[in-house]
Design a protein around this ligand. Structure first.
Ligand SMILES: [Zn+2]
Length: 268
């Protein structure tokens, strides 16, 4: 399923296999001036390729290698000959996608491998220049794109919401905090996240997430220093485990948030 909305010169393309656009199963690609940022999951890949038939896409950038951001690459390459870029760390992972968990197969589907080129420092379209901002907290290969004249920030999976309570095993929350500070300093005017809604003047929201994560991290470290177990810390900070944990074979959980904040102290 596809739902679109225009924001200035940017088209948000919401992609979801379910007609009700369940938020946790929906991801957005963005189309601006012939550049497609992220190509979405496998289950919507053909539909997206068809939707883009007359929309003159020249270039695709994948913000990172995750299966919900890269899966229409091959369709767009084969049909329209687009050039596709991702960070150098993502290139091999996109050409040989990893085995997925059952929930990933169900919600997003398995991406067909595609060949992508390593990103440089900028991506230029006819009218805009997008700076590549490495933001390695969500995954080591993750980048954001920033257009400094328009002050548009395309944040991939860096910003997932105002008060995150779950994360994936490889999320590095302290690095995510640094990444959020990095993009905050750019003073974006419009934030285009992959998981959620477009935000205008996102400065205050970013400040709140930064403050929230910082205090969460400190609280978790302090509890760890008192000798509490991971489970006891999770219970104290978040209460019962989040319902997304059993639905995602424990890949998205509050326990992972605790472990992520204790990255130097415990095995994750
Ligand atoms: Zn991701």
């Amino acid at each position: 399923m596809i739902a679109t909305q225009e924001f200035e010169k940017v088209l948000q393309i919401k992609l979801c296999r379910y007609p009700e656009f369940i938020p946790a199963a929906t991801v957005s690609s963005y189309l601006v001036d012939g550049l497609l940022i992220d190509s979405g999951p496998a289950h919507t890949a053909e539909e997206l390729a068809e939707f883009l038939r007359d929309r003159k896409v020249k270039t695709v950038v994948n913000t990172h290698f995750h299966e919900d951001h890269v899966a229409a690459n091959r369709f767009l390459q084969d049909r329209y000959g687009v050039e596709i870029f991702a960070s150098a760390l993502a290139v091999a992972k996109i050409s040989k996608p990893a085995v997925l968990y059952p929930y990933q197969e169900e919600v997003w589907g398995y991406p067909i491998p595609s060949q992508v080129q390593p990103l440089g420092k900028v991506i230029r379209t006819e009218n805009f220049t997008f700076e590549v901002i490495p933001t390695p907290g969500h995954d080591r290969d993750h980048v954001c794109l920033f257009e400094s004249n328009q002050r548009w920030l395309f944040s991939g999976d860096l910003y997932i919401g105002k008060r995150p309570v779950v994360c994936r095993p490889l999320d590095d929350q302290w690095q995510i905090l640094e990444d959020l500070k990095t993009v905050r300093e750019l003073k974006p005017r419009v934030l285009f996240p992959a998981p959620g809604n477009v935000l205008f003047d996102p400065g205050e929201t970013l400040d709140k997430v930064i403050a929230h994560l910082k205090s969460l991290g400190r609280q978790i470290e302090e509890l760890h220093n008192t000798g509490l177990t991971i489970e006891a810390i999770r219970q104290k900070v978040f209460g019962e485990e989040n319902p997304s944990a059993p639905r995602t074979q424990n890949q998205f959980s509050s326990e992972k948030m605790v472990k992520s904040f204790l990255r130097w102290k415990v095995e994750t």
